[in-house]
Design a protein around this ligand. Structure first.
Ligand SMILES: [Ca+2]
Ligand SMILES: [Ca+2]
Length: 299
């Protein structure tokens, strides 16, 4: 036997173990996010799929009642049951609730959350109980309701589609829209969360990779402001976090931070570019605003 093979195999085992650990790490980190329960629900998907098939079988029988025995034979839809399986995948993304008749502050935006070329929707609202929700719906797919934490002195409101990682060269169907929403507010201004739909088809709110939600503050005080803007260049689209501050009221230091997507449900600060701007410059306005498509997306 070649003595050199053993270490090679060990390396293979170690690599496999590392992959497994990374997969575990990815799972545990996603559990820290709002939509952390998503992966667990995938098991339910398979079960519900089976149920769907059984139910489908039952339908033809009741149709048989009208003596229309002929169609019953045509009811061989056992073959049609195949497409049914294809349609079944709308995975269970947790309990789905829609706005009740008593809901208020109902706001809906659209975007292509799963990148299939058909517009989807996201809706935010509050119930009389003062519980806030965001419903993420994929047309022809699954719906996900996220119960939002107390928004503080403000409110929860979906704002606009964005794209945190659009790439012109990406395979067809892989460019999915994301969206931003006001998730809470304080005396300094709004805090925006970023949302998307994962590979299972379930909606989620991006985390920061450290167990907290990824937040874009849109704040303004006398000497410090923060904002965000959508940016697109050379076949790519992403979002930029903005900061500005001054110590003398004459010159402002500004910083543009490109937001990266290091994992499916994680956003993080990337490359930062700093500059100085004189007080009174019109450029400073965007450092206290959220702008996409050239205009503010704030209410
Ligand atoms: Ca779509
Ligand atoms: Ca995207």
């Amino acid at each position: 036997m070649n003595p050199h093979r053993t270490p090679t195999r060990r390396r293979g085992v170690i690599a496999a173990t590392t992959v497994a650990l990374l997969a575990l790490a990815a799972c545990s980190s996603s559990k820290g996010s709002t939509a952390g329960s998503v992966p667990e629900t995938s098991a339910t998907v398979a079960e519900s799929t089976t149920t769907v098939l059984e139910t489908t079988t039952t339908v033809p029988e009741s149709t048989t009642a009208p003596e229309t025995t002929a169609p019953a034979t045509t009811a061989a839809p056992a073959t049609t049951a195949a497409p049914a399986t294809t349609a079944a995948p709308p995975p269970a993304c947790g309990a789905v609730t829609s706005p009740t008749a008593s809901a208020t502050s109902v706001t809906t935006i659209s975007g292509d959350w799963n990148g299939d070329g058909t517009l989807d929707q996201a809706t935010s609202w509050v119930e009389p109980s003062m519980d806030w929700y965001i419903l993420i719906e994929v047309t022809g797919g699954a719906a996900t309701t996220l119960a939002m934490p107390d928004p503080g002195i403000g409110f929860v409101r979906v704002l606009s589609r964005v794209d945190v990682d659009f790439s012109l060269g990406a395979p067809p169907g892989s460019n999915e829209d994301e969206f931003v929403a006001i998730v809470n507010s304080n005396a300094a201004g709004y805090n925006l969360g970023v949302f998307g739909v994962n590979h299972l088809g379930c909606g989620f709110q991006f985390d920061d990779g450290h167990g907290s939600d990824f937040i874009l503050p849109i704040h303004a005080s006398a000497a410090i402001t923060s904002g965000m803007r959508c940016e697109g260049a050379a076949g790519s689209q992403f979002i930029v976090r903005l900061e500005a501050s001054t110590s003398d009221g004459v010159t402002w230091g500004v910083m543009d931070v490109k937001i990266e997507r290091p994992a499916e449900q994680t956003l993080a600060d990337g490359v930062a570019i700093s500059a100085t701007v004189p007080a009174g410059s019109p450029v400073l306005a965007q450092y206290a605003d959220a702008t996409c498509g050239g205009g503010s997306i704030l209410p």
